[in-house]
Structures are given as C-alpha cells and as structure tokens.
Design a protein. Sequence first.
Length: 250
Amino acid sequence: MTHAPVIHTTPRTLLTINSDMGESFGLHSFGNDLELMGIVDHINVACGFHSGDPDTMATTVSAAVEHGLGIGAHPGLPDLVGFGRREMKLTPGEVENLIMYQVGALSAFLQRESAELHHIKPHGSLYGMLARDHSLMTAAARVAILYGVPFYGLAGTHHQSVCEEIGVPFVGELYVDLNYGSEGQLLIQRQPEPTDPAAAAKRVRRALEDGAVEATDGTVLHIDFQSICVHSDAPNSPKVAAAVRGVLAS
C-alpha cells in the first residue's frame, strides 16, 4: 500500500457503494441483504465456498435484478466452518480454478435472470492473499479476463498492479467497517462488530477531501478508491450504508 498523497479525482456522484451478500447457508440466515439493496449500487454474491448455497444464490440474484443492481461474484476459500477467514496454502492453479468454479456457478443464475456478471471481488482471507502475492493475483485476474469484467480490490497492492499489467479494469475500494493496519492491509475480523455510522461518514468525508484514512496505530494512509464497501452482516449495516450514501449525496 502506498503512503504517498492521493488526489481523489472521481466525483462523489460517480462513487458507488458495494456490499457482500448472499452469505446465508441452508436454514441459517445472515445479513441485511434486502434492506441494503435499497441503498447500495453493486453487490458481491457469495458463491458457496465460504458461505451461500444454490437457493440463497438464486434468491439473492433475483432480488438484485429487481432492484437494478450490478451483481458481482464474491468467491472465497473453501472453508464454510471458518467463513473463509482462515488462510490456506494454495498454488496459482488452485486459486484460478476455485475462483473460476465459483464465478461459473453464479453466472448460471445470472443467465437465468437475463443478467450479466458485473465484476469479481474475492472474499475474506482470499482477498488478502491475492493482495500480497503477485502469482496468486495473476491467476485470479485470468478469470476476470475470461469473463471480461473488472476486479474490485485494494489500490496500491497486487490487486491493482497485476490488473494494470494484464489489462483488467480495476476498481479500488474504501472500507468503512473494517480497520486498516499500518501498511494499509485490512484487519479481517472473525466476528462482525457494529460500526458507528457517524464514524463511517467521517472516514468517507476525510477520504474524499484528501484521500487520507487513519490506521489503527495512527499511521495516515492515502487510499485511492472508486467504490465504498459496507458489509451486510453487521447488525446496523443499513444505518452505516445510509450514512455513507448521505456523504456521497451531499
């Protein structure tokens, strides 16, 4: 992650809000998906490896189409018990195949609804692994090339550099409900915690003014972004998303 100053040039009216959805499993329901669909622009649908199942994918895609949202794939590590938040040792080939498998599953549900895949955004620990490893990220980017869609990730990491190297459109993200480490890495929590909507709005407002986000140790990071992620599984996520939307609309 670069700490050099960033001049944020994307007009706030063009910035989007994205949210991870479809993370229920069987009879167990999680997240505030339907309420958030009235606030966000794009969603990232779990594809069954870290969470989600065929019925959940079907209902999530159908609802998102009704709301006119961009629908992206949210592939994760094959770890239902750990919700994809425990890292694994994987080869580039394994990463490419597990992402392709999951994106392919979602694409079938999209096709049935006459909808198109909007983007790919990895989940949890897979997201972090790709950010740090050039070869793993290259494997992931090959799937984005295959489907002709952008890749959502962290600016200043291998997410961005690999996409630029091989010609994949890249969308940088800002997170308002996760903390950043001193090197710009996301600090993934095992359990979601409520985020103060006012604090989320303050982070977005400052990031828009000078690109700055404060890490947990006080380090000032400079992050370029075009989309803001609000997770769906925190208890008050709709209020957080509404606060972010308020800043973008101001």
